[in-house]
Write a protein that binds this ligand. Structure first.
Ligand SMILES: [Mn+2]
Length: 432
């Protein structure tokens, strides 16, 4: 039974890899990422699961799965084991073959599913081409392979989704893990995030190029907003200007845009976008585009009238000064916490410390708030935001300025440098 299964599977999935990988240059990057993970898992097994689409909502899968396979849109499991790992039963040495140190399981797409949700990538050549994984099996075979695999393995590195949506894939993945724990009670389960996220924190040139595209598109949108913004238009109209720009380029928002005018500008995650821009107010515009799954995240603060009042300019210049100091501190070896301290100190010394209500930086990548925490020293290749803000509810005055920064060997490069940021540059962009 198992022998037959294995033979069938091999017949199904053996493909001439050389030609296929050449056909998709990106696959090489996924192959390298997995090779790096394989070197680290020792005798353990690594499992990354992507959850099922619920149909009615846009699919947002496990970014770790996307990061390691290039496939996002469908239900699947990536299973990795060290070379030579043996499984019980004479014929079932999936991982005994150098070809099968990694197996990608994908759901088969039935006719009904296709009718409702359209075609998706199932087990087959396309998946092998995209991911560079040579063994692509139907998901229904997962249980049998797991039973074999875990008959000898004791350590499981499991990726819980980094997706922040608690009602989404995260819960599905945790339920899946609970079932595994019950079935294979001897497994010592470790968080695969430690392994995968240390890779995700350092972006490849190809990843940086995608983020740069997302940044440039956000910048185009912001230029357009600065041109069109005027007293009386709705915050949602501003959202519409950006949405038209992004959608017309085949891109999307990377998160629900924040268009916060007047008093709303002091609400950090104001997303209602339902008020009208009033003369004399400031607007905090915190938006990002998503290009090929990679996010930008930019904030600009501008005066509805096109000219900052003296008081608005005073706060704006202070935030800008703090941001400049924060960006100046960005280099390899520094932590996000230290960058925050540098920016915060400027604001505190000016007497506005109590009006700072959030951290200054986060990582940026597949997720807007990408993996990594504020205490890990940065490496060259990390992409982070620097976004100090001051919020004065009693004056209906909020200012936040956010840019996206690539950490380089010698310091950093501001990916969003072309987007107006100096007070004068904003006023002049609005006067056109
Ligand atoms: Mn941000």
């Amino acid at each position: 039974m198992l022998r037959l299964l294995t033979t069938t599977l091999l017949g199904l999935t053996l493909v001439s890899s050389g030609a296929m990988l050449a056909a998709n240059g990106e696959a090489e990057e996924f192959v390298q990422r997995r090779a790096q993970i394989l070197r680290e898992i020792g005798a353990g097994v690594l499992l990354v699961r992507n959850s099922a689409d619920r149909g009615e909502v846009a699919f947002q899968g496990n970014r770790d799965f996307l990061y390691l396979t290039g496939i996002n849109e469908t239900e699947g499991v990536l299973l990795m084991a060290p070379r030579g790992a043996r499984v019980r039963g004479s014929g079932s040495d999936y991982f005994g073959s150098p070809l099968h140190r990694e197996i990608l399981f994908l759901a088969e797409i039935g006719e009904r599913e296709r009718r409702w949700n359209g075609p998706k990538i199932g087990p087959g050549r396309e998946a092998a081409e995209i991911s560079g994984v040579e063994a692509v099996f139907p998901l229904r075979l997962l249980d049998r392979v797991l039973a074999d695999t875990f008959s000898t393995a004791n350590i499981l590195h499991f990726s819980a989704a980094s997706s922040p949506r608690l009602d989404g894939p995260l819960n599905g993945n945790l339920r899946f893990l609970e079932n595994l724990r019950k079935r294979f009670f001897w497994l010592e389960v470790r968080d695969a995030g430690r392994l995968i996220h240390s890779l995700r924190m350092v972006k490849s040139p190809a990843e940086v190029a995608k983020i740069q595209k997302a940044v440039d598109l956000a910048g185009e949108g912001i230029w357009e907003v600065l041109k069109q913004a005027a007293p009386g238009i709705l915050e949602s109209e501003v959202e519409g200007i950006l949405g038209k720009m992004f959608l017309s380029r085949g891109a999307r928002f990377s998160f629900d845009p924040i268009v916060a005018s007047g008093g709303n500008s002091t609400i950090l995650h104001y997303r209602a976008n339902r008020d009208r821009l009033q003369d004399g107010e400031l607007v905090v515009l915190d938006i990002g585009a998503s290009v090929d799954h990679y996010a930008s995240d930019i904030t600009r603060t501008f005066p509805v009238s096109g000219t900052f009042s003296p008081r608005q300019a005073e706060i704006y210049r202070l935030v800008l000064k703090a941001q400049r100091a924060g960006i100046g501190a960005v280099r390899p070896g520094v932590t996000l916490s230290e960058i925050h301290q540098v920016a915060f100190q400027i604001i505190q010394e000016a007497g506005y410390g109590e009006f700072v209500v959030h951290g200054t930086s986060h990582h940026l990548g597949l997720d807007v708030h990408d993996v990594g925490n504020i205490h890990i020293p940065l490496s060259a290749g990390a992409v982070i935001t620097v976004e100090p803000g001051i919020y004065l509810p009693e004056e209906n005055l909020g200012v936040r300025i956010e840019d996206d920064i690539l950490v380089t060997e010698s310091g950093n490069r501001v990916l969003s440098d072309a987007i107006p940021r100096e007070l004068e540059a904003i006023e002049s962009a609005m006067s056109r």
